[in-house]
Design a protein around this ligand. Structure first.
Ligand code: SF4
Ligand code: SF4
Length: 386
């Protein structure tokens, strides 16, 4: 785990406050999308296919900071689109840092060298740079040659100027665990603080549906990757920017349900129901309305077909953090030992929907799920559901 102690302390204090007040649903990370426009067109992106007039819209400084205040989450993640295109991004960042919120500015880094002097290093500000793998893998993932080299140059520049830097890495179908492990080794030598990693979510809007991972394939892939993790004492171990229990979930050892309210999303349309990934479910006029009027029971694994392949951190990191707070000994054990990479996996959650009016309830072990997918597509891949 590579989350800085100051952040761990402040988030723990925030969680304790929510628990003491008996709040059932609380936000942990605000996903603030200030624009959808980007200077890349990646195959797996579900954000850039809006019409031109939408892509040209921006969340203003005032609206962005109002959303931060309304939500109250201790962490703000700024994805996009490409946030560095937004001309008022430095003011938005300065306002969030002034509120002592931890802000992760997620960027493909192409414009970072040009704009870096508009930002001040702070323990509250992290540049989270998009890097999906080694040079060949990343350039293929973003559909443009030369982007990996630009991102690596930007990481070195930002570190030299004293900024906190992490990378965010999305893993897609067909990843080679050995290559991913070697990429993590290489990334750590760049002086980054940590790696955020997530299996790609199957956006119905994304131009290529064949790239996404199914749940069973994701869990097996993460086991294979974690199996290759260097020992901590080697001094080259990976710093994964997640709670230990979320990593354990990725490795198939926790039957977590999604808690979409833990990562509420605000963008040019308002508060997006229910999460960062699903964009066709409408918008709430206020954060209060999002939390109180959304039919949360409609979403999650086994409750909604569009959620069944999702293991994204925006849905499940909040669940893992809440579990760690409720079961600190379990969390400590995983933090000390790392995710388990052998033995049976935790059962899948029951599927509560079916073809007819009456819901069908069944639970399927991961191995059977993999077999079913393999049989379905005949290619040995669990992602054949798409
Ligand atoms: S860099 Fe990010 S926002 Fe831009 S196209 Fe790629 S995935 Fe989408
Ligand atoms: S499982 Fe949660 S985060 Fe994933 S798509 Fe469904 S509601 Fe969104």
């Amino acid at each position: 785990m590579s989350i800085p102690l100051l952040q761990v302390y402040k988030v723990a204090r925030y969680l304790a406050g929510q628990k003491l007040r008996g709040v059932k649903r609380y936000p942990l990370v605000l996903m603030l999308e200030p624009l959808f426009q980007c200077n890349l067109a990646c195959a797996g992106c579900g954000k850039i296919d809006y019409p031109k007039e939408i892509l040209q819209q921006r969340v203003s400084v005032a609206d962005a900071l109002r959303a931060v205040d309304e939500c109250g989450a201790p962490i703000v993640s700024i994805p996009g689109g490409e946030p560095l295109i937004h001309k008022e991004m430095p003011q938005i960042i300065a306002g969030i840092v002034a509120r002592k919120k931890f802000v992760y500015l997620c960027t493909n880094a192409i414009l970072l060298a040009k704009h870096i002097d508009e930002y001040q290093p702070s323990p509250y500000l992290t540049f989270s740079i998009h890097l999906d793998g080694n040079r060949q893998r990343h350039d293929e993932s973003v559909c443009q040659e030369g982007v990996y080299d630009k991102a690596v140059d930007a990481i070195r520049l930002a570190r030299k100027k004293g900024f906190r830097v992490t990378i965010n890495c999305t893993l897609f179908n067909g990843e080679n665990p050995q290559e991913v492990a070697e990429f993590f080794d290489e990334a750590m030598t760049l002086g980054i603080e940590g790696i955020t990693v997530s299996p790609g979510y199957s956006y119905s809007h994304a131009p290529r549906q064949d790239v996404f991972l199914g749940r069973a394939a994701s869990k097996q892939l993460f086991r294979e990757i974690f199996r290759r993790r260097p020992a901590r004492r080697s001094g080259t171990s990976w710093s994964l920017n997640h709670s230990g229990l979320f990593l354990d979930f990725l490795a198939g050892n926790q039957s977590y349900q999604c808690t979409p309210w833990s990562n509420p999303t605000y963008n040019v349309f308002g508060w997006q129901r229910p999460c960062y990934l699903l964009s066709d479910e409408g918008y709430a006029p206020s954060f209060k309305s999002l939390m109180e009027d959304t039919d949360w029971d409609k979403y999650g694994v086994g409750k909604n077909p569009r959620c069944d392949n999702c293991m994204a951190h925006c849905g499940f990191e909040g669940t893992a953090v809440d579990d760690a707070f409720s079961h600190p000994l379990k969390a400590l054990k995983v933090a000390l030992m790392g995710p388990r990479v052998t033995g049976p996996m935790a059962p899948e959650l029951p599927f509560l929907y079916g073809d007819g009016a009456a819901a069908t309830v069944f639970a399927m072990p991961v191995a059977d799920l993999k077999r079913a997918a393999r049989d379905a597509d005949g290619r040995g891949s669990a992602s054949g559901r798409h």
